[in-house]
Each structure stands twice: as C-alpha cells, then as structure tokens.
Design a protein around this ligand. Structure first.
Ligand SMILES: NC(=O)c1ccc[n+]([C@@H]2O[C@H](COP(=O)([O-])OP(=O)(O)OC[C@H]3O[C@@H](n4cnc5c(N)ncnc54)[C@H](O)[C@@H]3O)[C@@H](O)[C@H]2O)c1
Length: 251
C-alpha cells in the first residue's frame, strides 16, 4: 500500500519544540521523514529532543531577530532552508497573572503578545523569502480555542490567539500566486502539557468543563493534525483554522 503524508527530503522547524505539543510535533514530523530543527529557549530540552530524532537543536528566543537570523543560518548550514515552519512556541500568561482585564498591567499584555504574535510573525518573515523563491512551503500556526471564544481571565492570551488566526488568513492571501505555499492555523482546547502550570487549577477546571469529550487532549493528537497540514497533500487548503477541541468549538 502507498504511504501517505511522507516528508522525506523536507526540512521542518518547530518553535517551542523542546517540550509539550512542540516536542510531539517534532517527533511526528521526524517519524515521517523530515529533518527537524528543534527551536526552543531551553538548551537542555531542544538538545534532548533533537538528539532523539536526529534533528538539530536551535537554541534561542523567537522574539529576538538577531537570534532568528543566527538560528535559521544554523538550520540552513546543517539541513538547508525550511520547507515547513510550525509556529508552536507560546505562553498563556505571566505566572499567576490569569486575572480579569481591569486588573492587568501593560507588561501582562506585552509579555504575551511579544511571544505569541510578534515572535510568530518574525519566524514567518525568517522563512518566507526562501519559500517564495522555491515556490513551496507549509506554515502551521498553533492558535487556541481561546482565540475563537475568549476565555475569561485569559484576555491577553485569547486576544493573541485571535490575532494568530487573523494573521494566518492575511498571510495566506498575501501568498496567492507565489507557488504551492499554504498557511493554516489550529485551535486546540486543553492539552496536557507543562503550559498548564502557568494557570490556576480553577482556570483549568473551567476550561475542561467545556469539552464535550470530557478529557484533555494529548500532544500526539495535535501532532497528527499538524502532520497533515505540513504535508504536500495539504495543497488546496490555506488560511483555515482547524479545530482540535474535543467538540468544544461548534464552528
Ligand atoms: N496545552 C494547551 O492546553 C494548549 C491549548 C491551546 C493552545 N496551546 C498552544 O500550543 C502551543 C504549545 O503549548 P504547550 O502546551 O506545549 O506549551 P509548553 O509551555 O509546554 O511549551 C512551550 C515551549 O515554547 C518554548 N518557548 C516559549 N517562549 C519561547 C520563545 N520566546 N522562544 C523560543 N521558545 C519559546 C518554551 O521553552 C517551551 O518549550 C502554544 O502556542 C500554546 O499557546 C496549548
């Protein structure tokens, strides 16, 4: 039987690839044949995952353009330029700052938007000139159900993920006529990863209570959807936001 969704010969970068959902995505894409750059703030985690999958650890901060030019240079020297970018690095809030909007300060907004939106856009900018030159690319942006529904006490996070969904749509339209380049986003509900340590148990229980399937999702379930969206077979879908929320989203 023919094998589908193979990624042999493709080079992928996964931001926040050192743990959680990003780690599962790295493992899945490498399992399908891709050469993977594991980009993360954490040297230990990026190196651990890269060593396991025969990838390259790219250690740095997605909000810093100097880091990004160094990291994408390292990727190119080792494997070539990126065919696939998975923008997964993200934060829920500053620790202990899941508060109503009237109690937030400017730094709460800037912290979340700088990573979830500005850093993500800078990563797109880092890979797109080469994708356009080679007329091929896949970008998958990890948004959130919070970006569709707006979770209470998660104002900056919800707004940042709505921005990711809209940015995906804008970018997909800007790329029309520039080759086989597709840009999509996904919106997970609660997935069991260390990001939940940034939130109170009350907040997590509220989010869990809204999931009809009655459980948290697994990073591997997210990775399988990202795998399809990263593949050459996903060639007639762009600008979309795919749901992976155990039934929470009805649109
Ligand atoms: N876990 C969930 O319930 C859930 C639900 C919906 C969406 N998401 C989204 O999925 C993505 C991954 O979440 P996760 O749960 O695996 O989180 P996580 O906290 O377990 O992992 C995030 C990774 O991103 C890295 N990172 C953070 N800031 C960075 C930066 N500036 N530069 C480079 N790396 C950075 C961290 O070091 C970490 O390894 C995030 O965008 C998150 O918003 C998660």
């Amino acid at each position: 039987m023919a094998e589908f969704f193979r990624l042999d010969g493709k080079v992928a970068v996964v931001t926040g690839g050192g743990q959680g959902i990003g780690e599962a995505i790295c493992r899945r894409l490498a399992g399908a044949g891709a050469k993977v750059g594991v980009l993360d703030l954490s040297q230990a985690n990026a190196s651990r995952v890269a060593a396991d999958i025969g990838g390259v650890a790219l250690v740095g901060d997605i909000t810093k353009e100097t880091d990004l030019s160094r990291l994408f240079g390292e990727l190119e020297a080792r494997f070539g330029s990126a065919d696939i970018l998975v923008n997964n690095a993200g934060v829920a809030s500053r620790k202990g700052r899941d508060l109503p909007i009237w109690e937030l300060v400017r730094e709460d907004w800037e912290f979340v938007f700088n990573i979830n939106v500005v850093g993500l856009a800078l990563c797109c900018k880092a890979v797109l000139p080469k994708m356009i030159e080679r007329r091929f690319g896949r970008i998958v942006n990890i948004a959130s159900i919070a970006g569709k529904e707006g979770n209470p006490k998660m104002g900056p996070y919800s707004a940042s993920k709505a921005a990711v969904i809209a940015l995906t749509k804008s970018l997909s339209k800007e790329l029309v006529g520039k080759g086989d380049i597709c840009v999509n986003s996904i919106s997970p509900a609660v997935i069991q990863t260390p990001i939940l340590e940034q939130l109170s148990s009350e907040q997590i229980n509220m989010m869990l209570s809204k999931i009809p399937l009655g459980r948290t999702g697994k990073p591997e379930e997210v990775a399988s959807l990202v795998h399809f969206l990263s593949s050459s077979e996903c060639s007639f879908t762009t600008g979309q936001c795919y749901d992976i929320s155990g039934g929470r989203a009805t649109y």
